[in-house]
Design a protein around this ligand. Structure first.
Ligand SMILES: [Zn+2]
Length: 305
């Protein structure tokens, strides 16, 4: 299954990237009381960027965040790094194929509770993922020396969770916030209004680091969240502008609108951009800012006409 992450290919190149992105090489987050290791998987690609990050959290007892795709060599590497320590929990941010299928493989070797939300029905996501029990938003998972709080962050997909390492303020963001690119919102399961709300709510959390499923750990959480919110608002404003500018010429098909709104995106990524465009359009339609006609989209409301 393809990962649902929008990357331009150039972002995986360059010497700094080479140092930070060696598959299987544990990279610690500096300055935390509880050890956190980022371990990159072997699944680099245009849709996953450098690949999926798994995280191993803890000392004598550990938790694993996002075991990744069903890749035996990556699971073997995680087990080598865990080195026989008890695993308290396997935490899964969501059920895309580059995040959750590794859990079933890992559980052949360890005994741990599995935390996450199952794949939404009919979504085509990973059906093998079976959480031990469902936690609710805001609940903490006790993992020996540390606690991890679960935050429901729908938007990219409806069953997306972020996990907050209490005390150290490390937020495992899955595909909710990525480094070096912006997440794709995948309607109808994904939802732009939910996504924006899920970003806003994080601003009241005691965050120090964002640990994404793709890319490097980020040290300025609130700046990153604001940057993403601004990016989404700018894209929404551009959609409204394009619809306003083309009003006299008639309705625009979603494809034509996509080309104009994403004229800054490489051709091969336009199909993915279209997913996020559709998510924006659903929101704009609900807000009365865009109208869907038989011929395509036109600007709603009268304020800009
Ligand atoms: Zn995803």
């Amino acid at each position: 299954m393809m990962a649902k992450v929008l990357y331009s290919q150039g972002e995986t190149k360059g010497s700094r990237v080479q140092e930070d992105f060696i598959a299987g090489e544990p990279v610690p987050i500096a300055g935390t009381n509880i050890a956190v290791l980022r371990v990159l998987g072997n699944n680099a690609g245009p849709m996953t960027g450098p690949g999926t990050n798994s995280y191993i959290v803890g000392g004598d007892r550990v938790a694993v965040v996002d075991p990744g795709p069903a890749d035996p060599s990556h699971i073997k590497r995680l087990l080598e790094i865990i080195d026989g320590r008890p695993v308290e929990a396997v935490l899964v941010t969501h059920t895309h194929g580059d995040h959750s299928p590794g859990a079933a493989l890992l559980l052949r070797h360890i005994d741990a509770q599995v935390v996450g939300l199952p794949a939404p029905l009919g979504s085509g996501q990973d059906p093998s993922f079976k959480p031990t029990r469902q936690y609710h938003d805001g609940e903490s998972i006790h993992c020996g020396d540390f606690d991890i709080r679960l935050l429901h962050t729908p938007g990219h997909v409806s069953n997306h969770l972020c996990f907050l390492l209490q005390g150290d303020g490390v937020l495992f963001t899955g595909d909710h916030i990525l480094e070096g690119t912006t997440p794709v919102i995948l309607p109808p399961d994904g939802n732009m209004r939910d996504y924006l709300h899920s970003l806003q709510r994080l601003k009241s959390e005691p965050l120090r680091y964002l640990a994404p499923a793709h890319g490097r750990v980020m040290n300025h959480p609130f700046q990153e969240i604001e940057k993403l919110l601004r990016h989404r608002m700018r894209r929404e404003a551009k959609i409204k502008r394009v619809l306003t500018d083309s009003f006299a010429a008639g309705a625009l098909s979603t494809e034509a609108l996509n080309r104009r709104v994403y004229d800054d995106v490489p051709e091969h990524l336009l199909p993915w951009a279209m997913k996020t465009l559709q998510a924006h359009l659903i929101k704009l339609k609900e807000d009365g800012e865009a109208l869907e006609t038989g011929a395509g989209w036109i600007r709603g409301g009268s304020q800009d006409l």
